[in-house]
Design a binder for this molecule. Structure first.
Ligand SMILES: Cc1cc2nc3c(=O)[nH]c(=O)nc-3n(C[C@H](O)[C@H](O)[C@H](O)COP(=O)(O)OP(=O)(O)OC[C@H]3O[C@@H](n4cnc5c(N)ncnc54)[C@H](O)[C@@H]3O)c2cc1C
Length: 457
């Protein structure tokens, strides 16, 4: 519980309407896209860096936990108040401060929605590549804090690869700036990259400088259906090994294809065991010839049907299955657990086989969706939290799955972060010495552990 006097002090910083504490507000902010719910004591909605600095000084003085929150689409429980206290929301800080075509960069506040940002920079013939599938709601602040990736990651990389600089309010209330508008910067430790992906545990991101790239003039979109999942998975590593760098290389397995079909999305032929959605972008002549090569490649490796979009509308239609996948799967059972195991791309077929084996062994309904081109798998576990026996089997299956992913040279998380979802597995990937360094870093930034406590460390 936060004392009334402190709530009044908060109101004096942000204005009386911007501290929310009705039961409806608390319920609304008590969950994100992961499973457990945690009620905050209040939600504070600042409008400036100065206000955030004031809030953090107060929170640090009173030892009140503060959890930053963008759109709350975190799949690892990053944006819920695990130890109560304040949720800090950024929807008043949603301005694009500057688009600077000469320096090919832009400056934005954390509450800007990714898709809105993409649209604005496109008006200058520029592109901001990080495109998490949640882009129509997720915010740049959340994207930076979780180092979001997305379907374009195969060619363009992830949020970190576009981040030039940050303004950050530390848990003590101090404000720091890191990086800037230059492409090159090797001055001191790279705090920009340390904060990126730190899951809102080191500082509050209040301003973001990102690099932009020229909008590619053309793209070609293809969909390849396979009657054998293994053939599809092997085609992924074969395409990557061929020298073509696809923009997107997504895989959807039969379980998910069937759910999409029943949901009223696209329908696929009966023998479809897997679908690859492939996109290449660049100069028109080049992408046309790459499209032809990929088509041939897929057919040679067992694809039973390849469709190449001739218009933007046809391309959109091919994207429909991928775009509806999450919604379709989430609608099937009361809960859906989205996992994020990531392996070197050559090990993708093996990892998919392992996931299917675990589904059988532990009697689970698991569909596989993957940013396959970068080995980033999203096994989707359709379940019901109230089924304690099944939750126990899921726990055991996940432990086995992540142990295998790490043994293959992979990682616990390609893009969703650790949060509370995978905290128990951290020791599989890091030695005690590495974890000691991370805990030490957290202590330097946040001596009283008030920022997003209960998260992954
Ligand atoms: C349907 C669906 C599809 C998704 N697809 C993808 C995908 O393709 N790729 C991908 O990477 N992720 C994906 N995600 C996960 C999620 O959308 C991303 O991680 C996204 O970056 C979170 O943004 P957000 O604004 O919702 O942040 P939130 O969920 O609100 O917060 C995420 C984390 O960032 C911290 N945070 C938020 N704002 C700030 C700030 N200003 N300063 C400091 N910390 C902050 C929070 O404390 C939390 O730890 C998906 C999620 C869903 C539900």
């Amino acid at each position: 519980m936060i004392a009334n006097l402190v709530i009044e002090e908060l109101r004096s910083i942000v204005g009386k309407n911007w501290v929310l504490d009705t039961p409806e507000d608390l319920a609304t902010y008590s969950y994100d896209a992961f499973l457990p719910e945690f009620k905050p004591d209040a939600i504070v909605v600042p409008s400036s860096t100065e206000e955030i600095s004031g809030i953090m000084r107060l929170a640090n003085r009173e030892r009140i936990p503060v959890t930053p929150r963008g759109a709350g689409t975190s799949i690892c429980g990053g944006s819920v108040a695990k130890e109560g206290g304040l949720i800090m929301a950024f929807h008043r800080m949603n301005k694009i401060i500057e688009i600077d075509p000469e320096n090919r960069c832009a400056v934005a506040q954390p509450g800007v929605v990714n898709a809105d940002f993409q649209k604005e920079v496109a008006r200058y013939g520029l592109m901001y590549p990080p495109d998490p599938a949640s882009l129509f709601v997720s915010t740049l602040g959340g994207n930076v804090a979780l180092n979001a990736g997305g379907p374009r990651g195969v060619k363009y990389g992830v949020t970190r690869d576009y981040l030039l600089g940050l303004e950050v309010v530390l848990p003590t209330g101090d404000v720091i700036r890191t990086g800037g508008k230059t492409l090159k910067n090797v001055t001191g430790y790279d705090l920009t990259r340390l904060i990126c992906g730190s899951e809102g545990t080191l500082g509050i991101i209040t301003e973001i400088i990102v690099k932009l790239v020229p909008m590619p003039p053309a793209k070609v979109t293809l969909q390849a259906i396979f009657s054998d999942l293994d053939d599809a998975a092997k085609t992924v590593s074969a395409i990557i090994g061929s020298g073509i760098v696809p923009t997107t290389l997504e895989l959807i397995d039969k379980v998910v294809l069937d759910v999409i079909g029943n949901y009223g999305g696209a329908h696929f032929r009966k023998d479809a065991e897997a679908l690859l959605l492939i996109e290449v972008d660049g100069e028109a002549a080049l992408v046309q010839s790459q499209g032809e090569r990929i088509e041939k490649f897929c057919k040679e490796r067992g694809s039973v049907e390849v469709e190449r979009a001739r218009t933007t509308e046809e391309a959109e239609k091919l994207w429909q299955a991928r775009r509806t996948a999450f919604g379709a799967v989430a609608s099937l059972m009361p809960n859906c657990i989205v996992e994020d195991a990531t392996v070197p791309v050559k090990r993708l077929p093996e990892m998919i086989r392992k996931i299917l084996e675990l589904a059988g062994k532990y009697r689970l309904k698991i569909g596989v969706l993957a940013h396959a081109g970068d080995g980033n798998l999203h096994p989707l576990i359709m379940t019901d939290l109230r089924d304690k026996d099944e939750m126990g089997r899921i726990d055991r299956a996940l432990e086995e799955m992540y142990a295998v992913a790490i043994a293959m040279g992979g990682t616990l998380s390609g893009e969703h972060g650790i949060g509370i979802a995978k905290k128990r597995f951290l020791e599989m990937e890091f030695s005690p010495s590495a974890l000691r360094i991370m805990r030490g870093i957290k202590k330097v930034f946040d001596p009283n552990n008030i920022l997003n406590p209960g998260s992954f460390l």
